[in-house]
Design a protein. Sequence first.
Length: 303
Amino acid sequence: MLQASLLWYRNLRASLEEYGFVFNRYDPCIANRMVNGKQLTIRFHVDDVLASHMEQQVLEDFFTWVNEKYGGLKEVTCTRGKVHTYLGMTLDFSKKGNMKIRMDDYVDRMLSEFPVKFKDNEIQETPAGNNLLEKGWHLTLSADDLRVIKWYVDASFAVHPDFKSHTGAVMTMGTGAVQAITRKQKLNCDSSTYAELIGVHDAMSNILWTRLFMEEQGYPIKKNILYQDNKSSILLETNGRSSAGKRSRALNIRYFFVTDQVELGNITIEHMPTDEMWADYMTKPLQGEKFRKFRAVIQGDQD
């Protein structure tokens, strides 16, 4: 089965490259081709393809090519318009400059697998209940500037039963979280500063990959900003050994990898007050107003 998947990928890739597509070096399932001076981008998962271009006729021509190439193997169908279902997601482009993402089937599946089952007559109505159901939660994404990437990285110190800390990270380019990370840290540390350093290290591969991916897509990155709320951690990351006190010298050298990235200009680190640190939402269960505020920000809720 794995061999069949690889053979299919190689066949599709060869066909697309023959047609003039160039693959993104940082994602083997993203390819681009310039048509009429504008970029035709396709992304695919097995044989599910999502294509985008500024001109509808270019997309029609691409569909015709796919149908001629693979229509003899199975029926090729095409969905047109501003709302698409793709890989379990509903992608809504109805509002100019925004994209809404819903995953209703995924939520339904989670609820059906929830170990506690409730009968209708056991559920107590609440004042907020109807409002929540009517609103229908979704993720809204928009970009203020495709040349600016913003990362919020935070850590909750020693919150697990084995006293390991928890990393949270959120990436945005304007409104809504494009990427989110919530992850238990793999090693113990003895201060919140160390927990923050480990958190940055946990997120660093995503931070650097995102920049490389965007630039490969034709969007030169002007700023790749990492926001943190721990000033001691920021000093260590930007100054390396010169800011490391006696206790900090025992910290594994790989966490000063961040310093090199700052010096190379791949990232800039800035302080963000705790009350505006979106990633806090990903590190522990928040409650009350702070939970509602961060949830709205991460989901891009503009209502």
